[in-house]
Write a protein that binds this ligand. Structure first.
Ligand code: 5RP
Length: 236
């Protein structure tokens, strides 16, 4: 019962943050869409707004999961090769005070990075539990790797960052590693880092076999909407 109450509270916060981001949407916009439960709430509100106001928006998706929901809701999907998103909207797993992020809980980090970094700007919508006050203690960073070299990357992460990494596996209905939408494997690397997160993003990305990292620090979101009950606060 306590768990359900907490879940409902967090859903309310995600909804408040999604409503805040919805105010930025204007007729004719190309919108990047991240992935995850908060983005799903945003997409449902977006589809309602499109119908209610008779506006047109075009979406660039960051996962099959988001594309499937977009099709169900009647949102029109276009390709990143043909369009630059005016604005991208995404969730996050961890938000630091300098607006750097850790993402990839849903394994969609590579396409999320493409959509967010190539958008003119991106905003993040989260419930309050995602905020982390300080960059201390170990970080767990999702990393997408090429299957051919995942164990070499695990070794390189140990040697370079003293990191312990685990290969993400499907928990049900399929045995073996979780395969991303791009055919990659996922590592969850636990490491310590203090200082500039942009350097961590660059260093991780430079290891051969790393396709993308869940650190989003080189390009930061323009705004982070944090749900607070039925209201929200903004980190700019
Ligand atoms: C998926 C992500 C999500 O944005 C992140 O995991 C947050 O998800 P949720 O909104 O369900 O808490 O990075 O790869």
């Amino acid at each position: 019962m306590e768990q359900k109450k907490q879940h409902d509270q967090l859903t309310q916060e995600k909804t408040s943050a999604a409503h805040a981001a919805l105010q930025l949407v204007k007729d004719g916009m190309v919108l990047g869409l991240g992935s995850g439960s908060t983005v799903k709430i945003f997409m449902k509100l977006l589809a309602e707004k499109v119908k209610r106001e008779g506006i047109k928006v075009y979406i660039v998706s960051s996962s099959y999961d988001t594309s499937i929901l977009a099709a169900t809701l009647g949102l029109i999907e276009v390709s990143l090769n043909s369009f630059t998103p005016d604005l991208s909207i995404d969730g996050a797993d961890t938000v630091f005070p300098d607006k750097s992020l850790i993402k990839g809980g849903g394994g969609c980090l590579l396409r999320e990075k493409l959509v967010n970094y190539y958008a003119r700007e991106y905003v993040i919508i989260v419930d309050h539990t995602k905020l982390r006050a300080k960059l201390d203690g170990p970080l767990t960073v999702p990393i997408e790797v090429h299957p051919m070299s995942y164990s070499q990357v695990v070794k390189a992460l140990r040697e370079t960052f003293n990191a312990e990494s685990s290969l993400r596996v499907f928990s049900e209905k399929k045995l073996g590693p979780a395969i991303t939408d791009n055919g990659g494997f996922l590592l969850d690397a636990t490491l310590k880092w203090s200082g500039d997160m942009r350097i961590l993003e660059e260093k991780l990305k430079s290891l051969p076999g790393v396709l993308e990292t869940g650190i989003f620090a080189i390009k930061k979101p323009s705004k982070i909407f944090v749900g607070r009950g039925e209201s929200y606060t903004v980190i700019e």
